[in-house]
Write a protein that binds this ligand. Structure first.
Ligand code: PLP
Length: 238
């Protein structure tokens, strides 16, 4: 079994190769190490290898880890990547540096309110349900323009909307994800053009262990990688 250090080296190498294939700079791609359902020791080991950006799906689980490594807080960045219930939004704003999964105006308003209370500006991404799957959260692409218009009309100065996040339909073959990554990129460019005065959509968070190279070729600026870095997760117990 390979170690976290070896995995991290391999992933970084693959990220930079995919970036070069696409004529992009590897520096424009952030590796988000997804440590959900992995022990604190895994986070600490990755941190020792220089990994600074981590992703978590569950507020409570993340709180324990973030607290345990608080001495390194200044050089660690925590991204929330799970489904965020509004009653957990306050805690998420307090704990995290980035929320990638905003899927409603109500949630965005709640984040804005708590960010005001904490005295911070919260960077966020809009989660897009790119294929309109029933099982997934996120805004459907058809609703995005209206969403952005309403958002811009509201007084939401404490959230900084930096881009889009997607989770494409499951596919056994990474090439199956390509069309969805390409659509997300198109969507981001179209919104950027339309709202160029009011929005700076610089990020596209897409690509996981199985398909991050394809995502980078299609324009991802953040890849969220768990299994390829930390190994298989234990199944969730019922
Ligand atoms: C778990 C998770 C990941 C990481 O998935 P892997 O296949 O383990 O790399 C990425 N993004 C989200 C939203 C996740 O929930």
């Amino acid at each position: 079994m390979s170690t976290i250090r070896e995995n991290l080296e391999r992933i970084r190498y693959e990220i930079s190769h995919a970036a070069k294939r696409a004529g992009r700079s590897p520096d424009d791609i952030t590796l988000v190490a997804v440590s959900k359902r992995k022990p604190l020791s895994a986070v600490q080991e990755a941190l020792l290898c220089g990994q600074e950006v981590f992703g978590e799906n569950y507020v409570q689980e993340a709180a324990e880890k973030i607290d345990a490594v608080s001495e390194h807080r200044g050089r660690m960045f925590w991204h929330f990547i799970g489904h965020l219930q509004r009653n957990k939004a306050k805690r998420a704003v307090e704990l995290f540096d980035f929320i990638e999964t905003v899927d409603s105006l109500k949630l965005l308003r709640a984040i804005n309110r708590y960010a005001t209370a904490c005295g911070k500006i919260m960077p966020v991404l809009i989660q897009v349900n790119i294929a309109g799957e029933k099982s997934k959260s996120g805004m459907v692409p058809e609703d995005l323009d209206a969403f952005v218009e309403t958002m811009l009309a509201g007084d939401l100065s404490r959230v900084d909307v930096q881009g889009l996040m997607i989770l494409p339909p499951w596919s056994p073959d990474p090439e199956g994800s390509r069309q969805w990554f390409a659509r997300a990129k198109e969507l981001k460019e179209r919104l950027s053009a339309r709202f160029s005065h009011d929005l700076d959509l610089r990020h596209l968070s897409m690509g996981m262990s199985g398909d991050f190279q394809v995502a980078i070729e299609e324009g991802a600026t953040m890849v969220r990688i768990g299994t390829a870095l930390f190994g298989e997760r234990e199944p969730v117990s019922a």
